[in-house]
Each structure stands twice: as structure tokens, then as C-alpha cells.
Design a binder for this molecule. Structure first.
Ligand code: KE4
Length: 428
């Protein structure tokens, strides 16, 4: 038994599923998770000494690579000045100013500790601002684990949503309606039915929680128009795309400005930090300036803020990081496509910038139902071959592959070889 298995057995006696977050348990791939000892740059090392090229990057934050010396030093310096004060600091003001300068639609911002908290708070602010109750989300989009968003479509179009998790009361789920990603007609139908009761529509401008699914041309613009027409707010959940697709995120990339934006991951540089922001008149609804209550002991924590400031500083001063991450990702996409063709594998690849996914299905993947048509057995076999080849990718078909600004040419060559072996394994 290797050390990961040994520790995992103990962990399962002490923690639900042996992990601190479900996807880490490797259940979708039927394997024992690797317990990680350390990481540096584009590599991650498990407790058995295995060295992997890392394409999870902590699910998005590590665009600069692990243990970036300047980020690490900034966190250490902050920690020696005290880990938390529960009082305002200049660092929070600096980070908020950087976010406002970077994200086109954000005029005011509140720091919180997780993407879930950012989304939950943004939705509360949207309801407080509009005085309306309903929220629209998309099948296959994930926005954290707040009750009202752990829902799935009811049987009929207007049948209110039903809980998608135990412990979520029907009443909470019923205020969330579900539309189909990339299908503006499904959105129009909901708004025609009850648009004047819809507080907000929340969307991942590039979906990355059903695997990576890109918005079709006109989709985001269509959401902007429909929400404007009905006086509802458009919320871009940029927890993944923020500072990933470029320094101004998806809204800068697509030039579509939402009313509110949620952010996380990269803005914390790997520390627990997230944020929600938007038009001033909306954000001034948030306590203590307005009636929408939201609070947090560790919000704006100095160590996390130090990591965020340094990370954004480096990204702002070195835009070539985005160019390099994209070009390395493009090489991987090319390797996937060449091997899909060479071995005649039923698979497609979706990529935007340094964010990508391979789906084991014949059809284009443009929404949740096409993503769900993927062959999950094939994905498991692909995952096992990649891990055996020293490549650490998300242990689920419905996650993304993240390329950092520090994946080397050697990393890419090794990954190209592993892709060839993984996709060639089924050749008769
Ligand atoms: P957190 O609460 O996990 O910080 O953020 C929730 C969240 C919100 N919005 C989007 C678009 C997200 O992708 C996430 C979280 N992403 C997952 C990965 N798909 C986090 C990994 C996990 O759950 O362990």
C-alpha cells in the first residue's frame, strides 16, 4: 500500500469521503486520490515522491504556478505582521482598487472568502436592489454550494427547480429557474413568463463546470439585452474566467458588461479570497451602507490580500504570461486533435485561452446535455493513463484543464506524449 492509500484510509475515518472538497476524492475516476506533499511552478509532488505536471492548478488560482517566490514572500511578510486583525487595512483598499481598475463593469467591490460566498452575497444584493425573488441559472453551470443554487431543472420549463442536494428545502430551490446554456430561446421563455419577478440571471460567461463550454456568438450579448429589457440584473460568475481569459476577464474578452461580477481563485493567488462587485448603486445596498446584510470574520484577510495584490501586480505588469499560457494550451489542443484523428477516437476538444477540456463524445459540446453525452468510462481510462504518465488533470469529465504561465516546453512535450499514449490505448 502506498502512502497516499495509507493516509486516505485514515482520512476516510475522520473526514467525509476523506477529503475537504468532494471532487478531490477521485470517485468519478474510481481511484485513490494522490495526497500532495508540495508543489513548485507547474509541478506537484505526492507523498510517495511522484512528480506530476499539474493542469489542475488548484482549480484555477495558480496561473503563475505554485509557490511563486514573490507571492510566497508577500504572504510571509504579511503573516509576520499578524495573520488577521478583523479591522480595515490599506491592503484591502489597494486590492479593491486593482480589481476595479481591471474589471470593466465593476465600480465597487466587497472582498469575501470563497466563490460560494461571493455568489451567495451577489444574489442577495441583486434581490435587495430589485425587490424581486427569482434567479435564473443555467443547467451545467456551477456557482458554489449555496442552497438556492444546488438545484436542477424541474420536469417542465416553468416547473420550478427542485433541490439537487439533500438538505436543500424545496422552498429555496423554487426561487431558482433553469435555462439551457447557449439557448437564448430557453431564456426568453422564462422571462416572458415571469421576467418582472426575476431579480437576476447568473451565468459563467465561459462555462467551465460541465467541462469547458464556450458561449456561442451572440449568446452573452443576448443575455445582456434580455435582462436589460426586463429590468433584471446580469451577473457574470467570473470565479474561473476572472483574470484567466486576460486581465479584464471574460467581460473584457467578449466586451459584454454585466451589472455584477463574482470573482475568486486567481485574485487570491491560491489563498482563501474572493469578491463580488458591480455598479455602485447596487453595491451601496450592501451593509453597512445599505440594507443587504453580509459579513465575514476573515474577509479581506491581510495574508490573502497580500497574495492577491502580488498576483495581480505580476499579471498586470507581465501580459506575456497570458500569451505564453495560451500558446502552451494551443499546443496541447493540437496534440489532442492530432491524436483524436490518428486513433479515430470519438472525442472533441473545447479551448479558450489557457482553459480547455476534452470530451469523449462525437458531437460538439455546447451545453450540459451534449457534455453529458460523453463516455465516462473512456474518460476514466484516459485519466488513468494520463496519471500513469505523470500528468495530473482533473479527475472528472466535467472540469477544466488549466495551463499556467510557467508550463515549460518540456512539460508540453511530455504531456503531448502522454496524450498520444492515453488516446491510443483503445486502438484495436
Ligand atoms: P468556491 O466556493 O469553491 O471558492 O467557488 C465556487 C465556484 C463559484 N463559481 C464558479 C464558476 C466555480 O467554478 C466555483 C468553484 N469551482 C470548483 C471547480 N469546478 C472548485 C473545486 C471544488 O469544488 O473543489
Amino acid at each position: 500500500m502506498d502512502k497516499s492509500q495509507e493516509i486516505f484510509e485514515k482520512a476516510c475515518r475522520l473526514m467525509p469521503g476523506g477529503v475537504s472538497s468532494p471532487v478531490r476524492a477521485f470517485r468519478a475516476v474510481g481511484m485513490t486520490p494522490r495526497f500532495i506533499e508540495r508543489a513548485k511552478g507547474s509541478h506537484i509532488y505526492d507523498v510517495d515522491g511522484h512528480d506530476y505536471i499539474d493542469y489542475i492548478g488548484s482549480w484555477g488560482p495558480m496561473i503563475l504556478g505554485h509557490a511563486h517566490p514573490e507571492v510566497a514572500e508577500a504572504v510571509c511578510r504579511a503573516v509576520y505582521r499578524g495573520t488577521s486583525y478583523g479591522a480595515p487595512t490599506e491592503g484591502e483598499v489597494t486590492l479593491c482598487e486593482m480589481i476595479i481598475d481591471a474589471v470593466p463593469s465593476v465600480e465597487m467591490v466587497r472582498l469575501v472568502n470563497s466563490g460560494t460566498e461571493a455568489v451567495m452575497s451577489a444574489i442577495r444584493a441583486a434581490r435587495g436592489y430589485t425587490g424581486r425573488d427569482y434567479i435564473v441559472k443555467f443547467e451545467g453551470c456551477y456557482h458554489g454550494h449555496s442552497d438556492g443554487l444546488l438545484v436542477k431543472a424541474g420536469s417542465g420549463l416553468m416547473t420550478q427547480n427542485v433541490p439537487d442536494s439533500a438538505g436543500v428545502p424545496e422552498a429555496y430551490a423554487s426561487k431558482t429557474l433553469t435555462a439551457v446554456y447557449n439557448d437564448l430561446d430557453s431564456v426568453k421563455a422564462l422571462f416572458e413568463a415571469c421576467g418582472n419577478q426575476i431579480a437576476a440571471l447568473i451565468v459563467e460567461p465561459v462555462a467551465a463546470n460541465m467541462g469547458v463550454v464556450l458561449p456561442k456568438p451572440g449568446f452573452l450579448e443576448g443575455l445582456r439585452k434580455i435582462t436589460e429589457d426586463y429590468g433584471s440584473l446580469l451577473i457574470f460568475d467570473e470565479v474561473i474566467t476572472g483574470f484567466r481569459l486576460g486581465y479584464s476577464g471574460a467581460q473584457g474578452y467578449y466586451n459584454v458588461l454585466p451589472d455584477m461580477t463574482t470573482m475568486g481563485k486567481i485574485i487570491g493567488g491560491g489563498m482563501p479570497l474572493a469578491a463580488y462587485g458591480g455598479r455602485k448603486e447596487i453595491m451601496e445596498m450592501v451593509a453597512p451602507s445599505g440594507p443587504v446584510y453580509q459579513a465575514g470574520t476573515l474577509s479581506g484577510n491581510p495574508a490573502a490580500v497580500a497574495a492577491g495584490i502580488k498576483t495581480l501586480e505580476i499579471l498586470k505588469n507581465h501580459p506575456e504570461i497570458y500569451v505564453r499560457a495560451e500558446s502552451q494550451a494551443a499546443k496541447l489542443e493540437k496534440a489532442f486533435l492530432e491524436n483524436i484523428k490518428k486513433y479515430d477516437v470519438a472525442a472533441v476538444c473545447n479551448r479558450i485561452g489557457s482553459l480547455m477540456s476534452i470530451f469523449f463524445t462525437k458531437q460538439p459540446v455546447t451545453d450540459y446535455s451534449s457534455a453529458a453525452s460523453s463516455d465516462l468510462k473512456r474518460f476514466k481510462e484516459y485519466f488513468a493513463a494520463m496519471l500513469a504518465g505523470g500528468i495530473y488533470i482533473a479527475p472528472s469529465q466535467f472540469e477544466a484543464l488549466f495551463v499556467s504561465g510557467v508550463h515549460s516546453d518540456e512539460d508540453i512535450c511530455r504531456t503531448e506524449l502522454a496524450i498520444g499514449k492515453a488516446l491510443g490505448q483503445w486502438q484495436r
